[in-house]
Design a protein around this ligand. Structure first.
Ligand SMILES: [Zn+2]
Ligand SMILES: [Zn+2]
Length: 447
């Protein structure tokens, strides 16, 4: 092993100023890949494969002097080993993220398969990709191409309704309560890298996986039922100085939102108050409204659920996602005409209008039709009602959310089957083009 970080590709580049990188995602359109690995065999293999696929490749044996090489060569992507002498790959990534001159460059980290924790941490922190060694040639090329295209999408950290269910932790869907993250390229969101929906128990694992500093996040709370806030006191970035976190939630004013959060962590309910938050926390009380944050267009909608509950719509570069985990689509507002066409009324029709043009909808689907009859008025939807909403709006991707704590994987899958059955009946011509799936912990949906 070598501890130096000299380039071992001959070349005659003259250094260009690092400031040249400020212009934006320098290298977009370029096929320059900077490979950093202390293993000569891996370096040579990567160069062989990548050059064979038309990429330009520069090799480094370590991460210590990577900034100088970035300035000199302006790579479009960095492919970096995690375990190296000197600065390891995670530190390299973290340092590049902190630097406004380099944080737009996508980084793919690589390590051996016996370190799954590294992989989770790196992906959750926002690296553009992850490569497990040993790798197939096709996997290397796919990972590099995908990373160059820029990862963006939705990652689910918890999708259980009502209460966390440790008995389902090993199942396909997981046992944590509501928490979803919208992953967007840092350079495209004015440095606000994380939009987080709800603070159910799933947010604890999200917080533990964040290692960049400072953290800049917007946390959008739909409402204050336990399954949407119980993880908040365990979200570690709140306790780290320098982080900037905006908490949004349904409230008549910013002060009213502060009061609600304080009460959750005060008195007899929790031993540590919000005074322990060392990060900079801004509170934003929301009604039904539109607002802008970090280059994102945001909109809220007051849904049908006990108490004041919001759904969130986020639009970025023509892609729109709606997070609506708790909402009762009332069957009496849904009918079909003589041709079978779905007709919506009341609040369901108003919601459908708000959903026009949405690309991904995450929506409450806690019950089968039969189960719903015993839970009318509880604030959750049946598979048939959600199918009607999807049929009427023409939404092409829907994620069934807020799984009942007493439902195992098979029971939830049966609800999905019921959803598909009703959608096919209500929209026979378009149902096949709708992509529906169950929310599951760890699921990543590309935008
Ligand atoms: Zn809920
Ligand atoms: Zn609720």
């Amino acid at each position: 092993m070598s501890t130096s970080s000299r380039p071992d590709t001959p070349g005659s580049d003259t250094a260009s100023p690092l400031a040249a990188l400020v212009a934006g995602p320098v290298g977009s359109g370029s096929k320059r890949v900077l490979v950093v690995d202390d293993d000569a065999g891996i370096r040579d293999l990567m160069r062989l494969v990548l050059e064979g696929a038309g990429f330009e490749v520069r090799l480094l044996t370590g991460g210590d002097e990577i900034e100088q090489h970035i300035a000199a060569w302006t790579p479009a992507l960095i492919l970096c080993d995690v375990l190296m002498p000197g600065r390891d790959g995670l530190t390299v990534f973290s340092d590049l993220q902190r630097n406004p001159l380099t944080r737009h460059i996508p980084v793919v980290l690589a390590t051996a398969k016996q370190f799954p924790g590294d992989q989770r941490s790196a992906l959750q922190a926002g690296v553009a990709g992850y490569l497990v060694k040993p790798f197939e040639i096709s996997t290397l090329l796919d990972t590099v191409r995908q990373a160059l295209s820029g990862e963006k999408g939705v990652r689910i950290w918890g999708c259980r309704g009502a209460i966390a269910t440790p008995e389902h932790a090993a199942g396909k869907l997981g046992g944590n309560t509501s928490c979803v993250e919208l992953v967007l390229p840092a350079y495209a969101t004015q440095g606000r890298r994380r939009v987080i929906f709800d603070a159910g128990t799933g947010i604890r694992a999200l917080g533990n996986a964040i290692f960049e500093a400072p953290v800049r996040a917007m946390l959008c709370l739909t409402h204050f039922h336990w399954d949407h806030i119980q993880g908040l006191p365990f979200f570690k970035p709140l306790y780290q100085a320098g982080n900037q976190i905006t908490i949004c939630g349904p409230a008549a004013s910013d002060a009213a939102l502060v009061q609600t959060i304080r009460e959750q962590m005060g008195g007899a309910f929790f031993p540590i108050s919000t005074d322990a938050f060392s990060s900079s926390v801004l509170y934003r009380g929301l009604q039904e409204q539109e607002f802008e944050d970090g280059g994102l267009r945001c909109s809220t909608f007051s849904v049908m659920h006990p108490g004041f509950t919001l759904a969130y719509k986020i639009e970025w570069q023509g892609q729109t996602i709606v997070y609506c985990p708790d909402n009762e689509l009332l069957p009496e507002s849904i009918s079909q005409d003589e041709r079978g066409q779905v007709i919506l009324g009341g609040e369901v029709a108003r919601l459908a209008a708000w959903l026009q043009g949405v690309d991904i909808l995450l929506h409450d689907c806690q019950y089968s039709v039969e189960q719903y009859r015993a839970h009318t008025g509880w604030g959750h939807s049946s598979a048939r009602s959600l199918a009607a909403l999807v049929a009427a709006t023409g939404i092409k991707q829907v994620v069934l959310f807020h799984h009942d704590p007493d439902h195992d994987d098979r029971a939830v899958e049966a609800i999905h089957d019921e959803f598909c059955f009703h959608l096919a009946a209500m929209a026979p011509e378009s149902a096949a083009s709708v992509r529906s799936q169950l929310a599951a912990e760890g699921l990543f949906l590309p935008l």
